[in-house]
Write a protein that binds this ligand. Structure first.
Ligand code: 2RA
Length: 355
């Protein structure tokens, strides 16, 4: 029979998109079981056109589950993913708990699909949404040109911080709409008040150079993830990565500017050809016609969108790019679903090496 799938964290921002994606993609699943915190148990959510009741996260909830997708906080995954794995499920985890574990593959199906097969802990990790929003395009360029260095800045949407991030921006928008705020020091902050939700500063009418928690020497956890995860996915453990992560008042879709240096000279035509044909990438690059990717157009779509492809002014071995990806789709739910489908193919015997 078809494998049984569990969606753990079904009621969150990513969970909601996951249920849409499972309803839209080719259906490889038998039962789909929805699991969430005790607080959400008993709610009914639609998936594949049917109402399914959410069950509470307990050990027994994993009985008979072949593959379990987790989108829950790090500490919940750290506790429960090994429990699900011990019960026989292959876990595809979208938290930060396991991504850098050497015994857990970190998988992007367009870039390193084979890594999924070696999973001694029974856990496969899904990358962070910021890494995922650029890595499919970079993986394609790396395969051809050999990546040597990255310099990246992110422009991250508020839904990266979950439902609370979206609610915070919407509430702040209603406080400033129709006003002349944004013209005097501190006027936006006073209008918004002390409660800035998951962000350290007002995000409306603003740009906040921070995502995640404080790490050593002033780095943010998000910046460390972009560097460490890019290295692991691309198989370049020493890749120099300079990164600054920034939150902007966009609901969904992360954008990044990328300076990518390669092992030899590159041409814009060569890069455009690779990007135009790479699976999962759309080249949208005609500045003369005002065409470049923006979150307003990219939101709700699956691919990684690339525009503003230029050769670095002062380095013939480097490219400048602007990249957008829906952080809830490819950045989270879609990549998780694609990984789960790779594992499901093993159950159907389409891949001989299971384990
Ligand atoms: C963010 N990448 O955008 C984080 C969420 N995982 O906040």
């Amino acid at each position: 029979g078809k494998p049984t799938l569990a969606v753990v964290g079904a009621t969150g921002a990513v969970g909601a998109v996951m249920l849409q994606i499972l309803s839209q993609r080719a259906d490889v699943w038998g039962e789909i079981r929805l699991i969430a915190s005790r607080r959400s148990a008993g709610r009914k959510l639609a998936v594949r056109g049917e109402e399914v009741e959410v069950v509470a996260l307990t050990e027994d909830a994993f009985d008979g589950v072949d593959i379990a997708m987790f989108d829950v906080p790090d500490e919940v995954s750290a506790e429960w993913a090994p429990i699900a794995a011990a019960r026989g499920a292959v876990v595809v985890d979208n938290s930060g708990a396991f991504r850098m574990d050497p015994d857990v593959p970190l998988v992007v199906p367009e870039v390193n699909p084979h890594a999924v097969r070696s999973r001694p802990r029974g856990i496969v990790a899904n990358p962070n949404c910021t890494t995922l929003s650029m890595i499919v395009a970079l993986g394609a360029l790396h395969a051809e040109f050999g990546l040597r260095e990255l310099v990246v800045s992110s422009y991250q949407a508020v839904s990266g911080a979950g439902r609370a991030g979206v609610e915070t921006l919407r509430a702040q928008l209603s406080l400033v709409a129709g006003t002349e705020l944004g013209t005097k020091p501190g006027d936006v902050r006073r209008a918004v008040g002390d409660d800035t939700g998951p962000f350290p500063e007002p995000v409306v009418l603003n740009v906040v150079p921070w995502a995640g928690s404080l790490r050593e020497d002033g780095w943010s956890s998000e910046e460390m993830k972009v560097r460490d995860e890019s290295r692991k996915i691309l198989g370049l453990p020493k890749l120099p990565v300079a990164v600054t992560c920034v939150r902007v008042p966009v609901i969904t879709t992360h954008s990044l500017t990328v300076h990518a240096r390669f092992q030899g000279e590159v041409t814009v035509d060569g890069a455009r050809e690779i990007l135009a044909t790479a699976p999962g990438v759309v080249l949208c690059d005609d500045p003369a016609a005002g065409e470049f990717p923006t979150p307003a157009d990219v939101v709700g779509t699956d691919p990684t969108w690339v525009g503003r492809v230029r050769r670095a002014l002062d380095d013939p071995t480097a490219l400048e790019l602007f990249v957008c990806g829906d952080n809830l789709r490819k950045g989270a739910a879609l990549n998780t679903a694609q990984i789960a489908e790779l594992v499901a193919a093993e159950f159907r015997g389409e891949v001989s090496t299971r384990g």
